[in-house]
Write a protein that binds this ligand. Structure first.
Ligand SMILES: Cc1cc2nc3c(=O)[nH]c(=O)nc-3n(C[C@H](O)[C@H](O)[C@H](O)COP(=O)(O)OP(=O)(O)OC[C@H]3O[C@@H](n4cnc5c(N)ncnc54)[C@H](O)[C@@H]3O)c2cc1C
Length: 348
């Protein structure tokens, strides 16, 4: 029998960041992951942004999360030997002069100063911005696929990763907590993302309200460069004259995959902000594991012993996961307080 502190089920953004964090705190982990095409971490653009640009409101706990994120991802880069953390201003394209005024007012507000550049920025060629545009600060992207693969490689070197479905029916009670095959652990942490959120897991947790999202990959005649144009949707420059365009929101059609309606919505966005040709090269969809009250689910499983939930990141896993992983790790290892409003039993 092999002993670890925690078995982690799921190797998306949540499971990857949490396994790294627990190990940083000195705990041992073993990760089980069944990578599937439809997992949301694989289609996510990986943007993080502490401001809801549409409403110019700060995201819940943005200040804490931003501070944490700037330490965690660079440390994870060192640990994995991969580069995936990319600070990047987002270009907010204004719909009307009122939006521009509101932005300028907020740049004088001490709460927003760290996140909004003052001054209206000249708009680069091929970007349509009739009412001007301005840039955010402290925003950027994580190249999620590289991050997840890097964590997997690092865990494999430690014999701490198994590709395959974790079968909850094989979990046994054990003097250490639980056992699964030849591994004994204090507890299991479920980072099963959309599988749990959509009721496809072998156990249930109430309170999820999953949200489907779609993205387009497009080829451009000229590079968009290091730009992320935001006007309700985003158009994000990628390598080799490519761009990602997203993301849509839908509360049904989870089994349908990409749809012509959402492709049309995204193409409409391209035509609003991009004044040149483009060719759609790919169209992907995923399901965000969101909750009914838009708060994550982090804490003990409402009805399963020795089991913890780390899920419900919605559309902000990149921003939220590092901070919430630290909170959970410090709770598990030192008994530090957990965030009450994230406890999964609030929906039980
Ligand atoms: C189109 C789109 C764009 C998005 N863009 C962004 C963005 O720019 N920024 C951002 O922060 N967020 C974005 N999101 C949201 C983000 O993708 C999700 O919040 C995030 O991926 C959730 O990560 P997760 O690890 O919790 O879940 P998932 O990505 O669903 O990963 C769960 C993993 O667990 C595995 N698993 C489940 N059950 C088992 C089992 N029994 N055994 C083994 N493995 C199991 C799954 O196979 C999967 O690999 C976007 C989402 C979509 C759909």
């Amino acid at each position: 029998m092999r002993y670890v502190d925690y078995i982690i089920v799921g190797g998306g953004i949540s499971g990857s960041v949490l396994s790294y964090t627990l190990m940083k705190y000195g705990a041992s982990v073993h990760v089980f992951d069944q990578p599937t095409e439809n997992q949301s971490s694989r289609v996510a653009a990986g943007l993080w942004n502490p401001i809801v640009l549409k409403r110019l409101k700060k995201v819940w706990m943005a200040d804490e999360m931003i501070a944490n994120l700037h330490e965690v991802y660079p440390d994870m880069e060192t640990w994995t030997g991969e580069r995936f953390f990319e600070p990047l201003p987002l270009r907010r394209v204004f719909h009307n002069p009122g939006e521009q005024n509101q932005w300028m007012e907020l740049t004088d507000n001490p709460g927003f100063k760290p996140y909004l550049n003052d001054g209206i920025h000249p708009t680069p060629p091929n970007i349509i911005a009739q009412h001007g545009s301005a840039l955010t600060k402290a925003t950027g992207r994580v190249h999620v696929a590289t991050m997840i693969q890097g964590v997997r490689n690092a865990l494999e070197k430690l014999n701490a990763y198994t590709e395959g479905r974790f079968d909850w029916s094989l979990v046994q009670p054990h003097s250490e907590g639980i056992s699964y095959g030849d591994i004994a652990a204090h507890s299991i942490i479920s980072c099963e993302g959309m599988q749990l959120a959509t009721g496809q897991a072998q156990h249930n947790v109430a309170g999820f309200a999953p949200v489907k999202g779609e993205v387009l990959k497009v080829a451009l005649p000229v590079s968009l460069g290091k730009e992320c144009i935001h006007q309700g949707h985003f158009m994000l420059g990628e390598a080799d004259n490519q761009a990602s365009v997203g993301a849509t929101y839908a509360w049904d059609g989870f089994d349908k995959g990409p749809t012509p309606e959402k492709r049309a919505e995204l193409e409409e966005h391209i035509q609003k902000v991009w004044d040149a040709e483009y060719t759609v090269t790919n169209h992907l969809s995923g399901i965000r594991p969101a909750s009914k009250d838009r708060r994550p689910l982090v804490g003990p499983h409402p009805n399963k012993e020795n089991t913890w939930i780390f899920n419900g990141m919605g559309s902000r896993a990149v921003l939220m996961a590092p901070y919430l992983a630290q909170v959970l790790a410090e709770h598990l290892l030192y008994g530090a307080p957990i965030i009450e409003e994230c406890l999964p039993q609030r929906f039980a």
